[in-house]
Write a protein that binds this ligand. Structure first.
Ligand code: PEP
Ligand code: MN
Length: 359
């Protein structure tokens, strides 16, 4: 049966980073066959950052996956990066393919893959590009949609970062998948906590966070013996840990059948809408005051920006924030934006050639 018909929520994809042997694939398929996992994942062509690392067993590994599917009935998915990978994946009966983060960055490659997938019924999972670029991610998804692929999923696996000191291998930058979901609420987003974490101790908490954010599924690297894995050893978890992770996972639903809770939520949302209207009206009033100050500064030939005044705003607003139980960092970020807009409007006034309105 197609994994698409299971309607399992969240959609669970699990399996090793790489297919390493027939024994390994059979062992993991046996462990996952009676779980809620809909798809077994295993890389057979591995995009390695440096040459000389293990690059996958290719067609031979597809044979192990096809055989294990026959034996345990678990559908499987592999990563494809070249036209010949697609042809082989289809020949061996893969149930889905995924596009890796290093491939999504390249529209030429993505288009070539879309052109060979065209006309086949295979679902495609598109990982985010390594850069936090929502347009590039959307563009890759659209290339598959345009050739008529019916089932295109997005996979969030985090983004390369130069910032040292992050606890993540690929920091999640949650605003990027949230923006994708805002633009395309119809596309299912699967979270890959393994590649985000890079470290097995973080996989459960990132999985829970994805559920809390309303993601539609998880793709998790599971290996019978993670420490001896040939790729991504540090982030893979055992089938037992995977079972424990699923057991502890709080699954959230966008809708609730609890009618009194949904009434209360509707009421709270209506109140929030009202407060947001007030916030926008207040911001408009604040900008009117800024413009009045701009006209005054123009008349008196004063500069727009006054560092002492800005320092005073930062200080006093942070203190007020604390008395209201708001984080000073949050208020500082917000005021930077407000101040920036206020300065921009005042500069427009100073630079305009119009006659000064009298106020
Ligand atoms: C993988 O899924 O093993 C993989 C190589 O992922 P990514 O493209 O996200 O780095
Ligand atoms: Mn991996």
């Amino acid at each position: 049966m197609s994994f698409l018909k299971t309607e399992q929520t969240p959609l669970l994809i699990a399996g090793p980073c790489s297919a390493e042997s027939r024994t390994q694939i059979f062992s993991i398929a046996e462990s996952l066959a009676h779980s809620n996992v809909s798809l077994l994942r295993a890389g057979v062509w591995k995009p390695r950052s440096r040459p000389g690392s293990f690059e996958g067993y290719g067609e031979e590994a597809l044979g192990w996956l096809a055989e294990s599917k026959k034996y345990f009935g678990l559908p499987f998915a592999v990563e494809v990066a070249e036209a010949k990978h697609v042809a082989l994946a289809l020949e061996y009966g893969a149930d889905a393919v995924w596009i890796g983060a290093r491939t999504t960055v390249n529209p030429f490659h993505v288009q070539q893959l879309a052109d060979v997938i065209k006309g086949t019924p295979i679902p495609v999972f598109v990982k985010n590009p390594v850069t936090p670029d929502v347009d590039l991610w959307m563009g890759a998804i659209e290339r598959f949609e345009r050739v008529g692929v019916d089932h295109v999923f997005a996979v969030h696996r985090g983004f390369t970062s130069y910032q040292s000191g992050s606890k993540y291998r690929n920091p999640p930058n949650w605003v990027v998948p949230i923006e994708l979901k805002r633009r395309r609420p119809d596309i299912k987003i699967i979270c890959d906590p393994s590649h985000i974490s890079g470290n097995r101790v973080l996989v459960a908490e990132v999985s829970q966070k994805a559920m809390d954010m309303g993601f539609d599924g998880l793709m998790i690297e599971v290996h019978p013996n993670p420490d001896s894995a040939w790729s991504d050893a540090a982030q893979q978890i055992t089938p037992d840990s995977f079972g424990a992770l699923l057991k502890g996972l709080v699954i959230r639903n966008a809708r609730t059948i609890d009618l009194s809770a949904s009434d209360e939520l509707e009421y709270l949302r209506a109140l929030t809408d009202g407060v947001d209207t007030e916030i926008i009206e207040l911001l408009a009033r604040r900008m009117e005051l800024s413009e009045k100050m701009g006209r005054l500064k123009k008349r008196c030939n004063m500069p727009v920006y006054n560092p002492e005044r800005w320092a005073e705003i930062v200080e006093s607003r942070s203190q007020q924030a604390q008395t209201q139980n708001l984080s000073p960092d949050f208020i500082l970020n917000l005021y930077e934006k407000i101040h920036h807009e206020s300065v921009r409007r005042q500069l427009d006034i100073l630079e305009s050639k119009d006659n000064l309105p009298k106020d």
